[in-house]
Ligand binder design. Structure first.
Ligand code: GLN
Length: 197
């Protein structure tokens, strides 16, 4: 079972190494035909407006939307979460994303790079110890629509992790803090989806 990491831009190498450490067969995805070989996809952190443009330049935007519609499990972190949001409240002109998650996100919701921070979050669905989460020019999920479920909130109640069927998204970056439980949780979705197919 092969899991793709969208490798147009951003911290795809960090995701690839977490997934490999968990025993997954990892494919870096840059071309539409590579989507046919994978059972799940991770969209990394980076800069969503750039990733969005590159996905169109590389002819990946429509194939990615079709893959999400057809039920491919996809996990997006930070810029990846923005790519998966149905509504981007403050995208740059022409920023479209892929969509799929019934949420509205606000980019850079905590300020600039220097306002980056780390905090511990309770994530009941993962059980056990709190998740140590790094927020880097992170988005906030401002609205969680009826089809999506919030998995974690900050102390002030703002949502930073969501799930909807085969889709998973976090405002933060488990791939850089040694936190593997989100990736494990995602790989279980990939296995279940592959088994049902
Ligand atoms: N602010 C970035 C964006 O709009 C996301 C930052 C990140 O992925 N760490 O895409």
């Amino acid at each position: 079972m092969s899991v793709g990491v969208l490798a147009l831009q951003g911290d795809f190498r960090e995701h690839a190494s977490v997934l490999s450490a968990l025993g997954a067969d990892v494919e870096l995805v840059r071309r539409p035909e590579e989507l046919a070989r994978i059972s799940g996809l991770v969209i990394p952190g980076g800069e969503s407006s750039v990733m969005d443009k590159l996905s169109r330049t590389f002819g990946l935007a429509e194939p990615l939307r079709a893959a999400v519609r057809s039920g491919l499990p996809v996990y997006g972190t930070c810029a990846g979460l923005i790519m998966l949001a149905d509504t981007i409240l403050d995208g740059i002109a022409g920023q479209e994303g892929i969509g799929g998650l019934d949420i509205a996100v606000r980019r850079n919701a905590f300020g600039s790079q220097t306002a980056s921070f780390e905090t511990d979050l309770d994530v009941p669905v993962l059980g056990g110890a709190p998740v140590h989460a790094a927020f880097i020019r992170a988005p906030i999920v401002e609205t969680v629509g009826p089809r999506a479920t919030a998995l974690a909130t900050l102390a002030d109640g703002r949502c930073v992790a969501v799930e909807q069927g085969n889709l998973l998204g976090t405002s933060f970056h488990p791939e850089i803090t040694g936190e593997h439980r989100f990736h494990e949780y995602f790989l279980r979705k990939v296995q279940t989806a592959a088994f049902a197919a």
